[in-house]
Design a protein around this ligand. Structure first.
Ligand SMILES: CC(C)(COP(=O)(O)OP(=O)(O)OC[C@H]1O[C@@H](n2cnc3c(N)ncnc32)[C@H](O)[C@@H]1OP(=O)(O)O)[C@@H](O)C(=O)NCCC(=O)NCCS
Length: 164
């Protein structure tokens, strides 16, 4: 059975292996370590199947117009290559959004494909008055947002410095 749960102490190395395998490089794995070392992980969820971690999702705090207003960024999200296209990322995203809402976070942004993330209720962030200094327009990924509670903070979004 697939279980979505919070990262536990000792999971770090397995998560690192998974993130590097999913992205096919070490950059995103290093990002996860950097966020962990800097105490900038607001939520870290893993998908576990038969005691193996096969999916991982991380949320870190963002600033809006330089203010901490309780919004989070969802990134990165990783699924073990052999396990992709079986709904594991979707299960993680749904569980993490429920958790963020329950924990009273204000909202979540991410850079991604509007069609895929629209399935979970994400909308273009500009509809909520949120923007990024630079977006990866060439990849078709845009800043998307989901607000859990009004009033919605507006303005320029800044990711944690570990994102570089
Ligand atoms: C992106 C990723 C996490 C998706 O994991 P997954 O478990 O395969 O996702 P799901 O099975 O829940 O959903 C798959 C569906 O969403 C679509 N999808 C998933 N990621 C997508 C993306 N980035 N853009 C467009 N569509 C995407 C797929 O086309 C697929 O749809 P289909 O099966 O109807 O064709 C996984 O492919 C991965 O780890 N990729 C490498 C790391 C990465 O690029 N992460 C995202 C950026 S942080």
């Amino acid at each position: 059975m697939l279980i979505c749960r919070t990262e536990r102490p000792g999971d770090g190395d397995e998560i690192d292996e998974l993130v590097c395998a999913a992205f096919g490089r070490e950059q995103e794995g290093d990002l996860v370590w950097a966020l962990r070392e800097q105490g900038a992980i607001s939520m870290s969820q893993v998908a576990e199947y038969e005691d193996a971690i096969i999916g991982h999702l991380l949320m870190s705090p963002i600033l809006i117009e330089g203010e901490d207003t309780g919004w989070l960024a969802l990134a990165p999200i990783s699924v073990w290559p052999e396990c992709q296209r079986q709904g594991i990322a979707s299960a993680l995203i749904i569980a993490a959004l429920d958790c963020a809402n329950e924990l009273d976070w204000a909202g979540v942004v991410l850079l991604g494909d509007p069609e895929f993330y629209g399935r979970f209720g994400f909308k273009p962030a500009q509809d909520l008055g949120l923007s990024l200094k630079s977006e990866a327009a060439s990849t078709g990924e845009i800043l998307l947002a989901m607000a859990f509670k009004p009033p919605v903070a507006k303005g320029r979004v800044t990711y944690h410095p570990a994102f570089g």
